[in-house]
Write a protein that binds this ligand. Structure first.
Ligand code: GLC
Length: 528
């Protein structure tokens, strides 16, 4: 067992770890209580110190914010809430100077109803942009996300209905129209020319549509069955998008949000290397804290992805879901074990800003709820230091004699901001923040972890065990998903690789010592 293994040529988006920033909630530089690009730029040292490879920004474009930026009115400009194109260029330059890649969100399925394309499209039946959206006289039975009701809104001016799989303020683009494809490809070029390293493509599995728009079968109506909108028309569109990325030098990347539940179908969106570079697989994000369930998910994903030549992704939290620490019952021990799991599986991990601080969802009272999809809790602001306003800018006093006021961010703080903040946790070597940092450094230095094979190992009930291997380098991971200590029995002998030493433990216990005969409750260990 030695580490003389050579390193891997896998592209950065396979080896690396991508960190999602929700710009409204990361850092505020101007005191309006809403995060902005300059606020992100000032915090880049946190990301470089933490040791991630790339940051992905949720939408920063001009938007009326009906869906907080996922309704875009101009794909080629920054919303004034977030700053300007010049601010973006400064952020990109500083990120690149710190060896951080930058990935932008791209929302291809729909625009804002305020986008000039839609304004033109809705203005008359013979407008040249009429066919850029999906208009029908007769509607089908599709329903919209977030609210009850049809995915169609009638427009008085032209007495027809337009399709919107999300809010009425988010009309679906018609990707069957070649002008739409060309315009959306040009959006990618606009940002690639500025130097971005890739895109996260929002609900990109929805862009292709069966031209007949057939009714949903009755059994999926009114359910949250996401698979119903898979249409093979999307694959061809993804090949066209991939070609745009390949016009550019360097390893530009696209990760697609493929909100489906069938692993084989998700793997098909990689197109054997001709479509997406990566696809989110959200099945594990819905798995409970249970060893057997994780074992099944890992097995099923490997079985579906390996023949397809697809590289998996792993996500525990994002801006649409209750944070994993909250989902797993709030325990810090579980959140730590989950971090060790996330950063040692085979595939690209995505971190969601704040998880490195052990953040949980904020309790948002009804008077402060703002999201039509009820997702405010996971979007709470990041606390940077112990005292209010926790590193967020204060608003300018209206009279020079008045003191400046701590600003009230757009959403309430998450639990215990005085303790769970970046400054305080950086001072505590045993904190969850340092655990993430150590895991990231260990992963980066270890090809078995960032590029190697994964083999599941036999383990006692309630424990997940796997081996990672690259050349002669081996690592093993054990995760105890139960609230009791578990006896490991003959694990070391059975796994055929005796002499395991604890390299890293989620609770710090036993590091540098031979693996003992028990795992602590909700403890995870990385062994060498
Ligand atoms: C994606 C985004 C979500 C948004 C939706 C519509 O699921 O992650 O935040 O509301 O698409 O754009």
């Amino acid at each position: 067992m030695d580490d003389a293994d050579g390193s891997s040529d896998n592209p950065w988006w396979q080896r690396g770890v991508i960190y999602q920033i929700y710009p409204r909630s990361f850092g505020d530089s101007d005191g309006d209580g809403i995060g902005d690009l300059e606020g992100i730029r000032r915090r880049l040292d946190h990301l470089a110190w933490l040791g991630v490879d790339a940051l992905w920004l949720s939408p920063i474009y001009r938007s009326p914010m009906a869906d907080f930026g996922y309704d875009i009115a101009d794909y080629c400009d920054v919303d004034p809430i977030f700053g300007s194109l010049a601010d973006f260029d400064r952020l990109l330059a500083k990120a690149h100077a710190r060896d951080l890649k930058v990935v932008l969100d791209w929302v291809p399925n729909h625009t804002s109803d305020q986008h000039p394309w839609f304004q033109a499209s809705r203005s008359s039946r013979d407008n040249p942009k009429r066919d850029w959206y999906v208009w029908r006289d007769e509607i089908n039975n599709w329903t919209q996300a977030f609210r009850d009701g049809p995915a169609w809104t009638g427009d008085v001016a032209t007495r027809a209905h337009y399709l919107h799989l999300f809010l009425p303020e988010q009309p679906d683009l018609n990707w069957a129209n070649p002008e739409v494809r060309a315009a959306m490809h040009d959006v990618l070029r606009f940002w690639l020319d500025r130097g971005v390293d890739g895109f996260r493509a929002d609900v990109v599995h929805l862009i292709g549509k069966d031209p007949d728009l057939p009714d949903d079968p009755p059994e999926v109506l009114g359910t949250s069955r996401v698979d119903r909108h898979h249409a093979p028309e999307t694959f061809d569109l993804l090949r066209g998008i991939r070609q745009v990325l390949e016009e550019y030098p360097g390893e530009r990347m696209m990760v697609g949000e493929i909100n489906l539940s069938d692993h084989e179908l998700i793997a098909a969106y990689y197109g054997g290397g001709s479509q997406l570079n990566l696809a989110f697989n959200f099945v594990p994000l819905h798995a409970s804290w249970e060893a057997a369930e994780w074992r099944t998910v890992i097995t099923d994903i490997a079985r579906a992805y390996e023949p397809a030549g697809a590289w998996p992704t792993w996500v525990l939290s994002n801006h649409d879901q209750v944070r994993h620490r909250s989902r797993y019952g709030g325990s810090e021990a579980r959140a730590r074990a989950a971090a060790l799991l996330l950063l040692t599986l085979r595939g690209t991990p995505f971190l969601y800003a704040g998880e490195e601080l052990g953040q949980e969802d904020a309790a948002v009272p009804p008077s402060r709820q703002v999201d039509p999809g009820g997702r405010d809790g996971c979007r709470a602001p990041i606390p940077w230091d112990p005292a209010p306003p926790h590193g967020w800018a204060t608003s300018e006093p209206s009279q020079p004699s008045e003191p400046s006021q701590p600003s009230q961010p757009w959403l309430p703080w998450p639990p215990e901001p005085d303790r769970r903040n970046a400054e305080r946790l950086a001072e505590e070597p045993a904190s969850v923040l340092h655990l993430y940092r150590r895991l990231l450094a260990t992963r980066r230095a270890c090809p078995a972890l960032h590029s190697g094979e994964l083999e599941l190992l036999a383990a006692p009930d309630g424990v997940l065990a796997y081996l990672r291997r690259w050349g002669g380098q081996r690592r093993a991971v054990l995760v105890n998903f139960t609230d009791q200590p578990v006896a490991l029995g003959d694990f070391a002998a059975d796994s055929g690789h005796g002499g395991w030493v604890v390299d890293l433990a989620s609770d710090g216990r036993g590091e540098g010592r031979p693996l003992g005969c028990h795992l602590g409750s909700n403890q995870a260990v990385l062994l060498r």
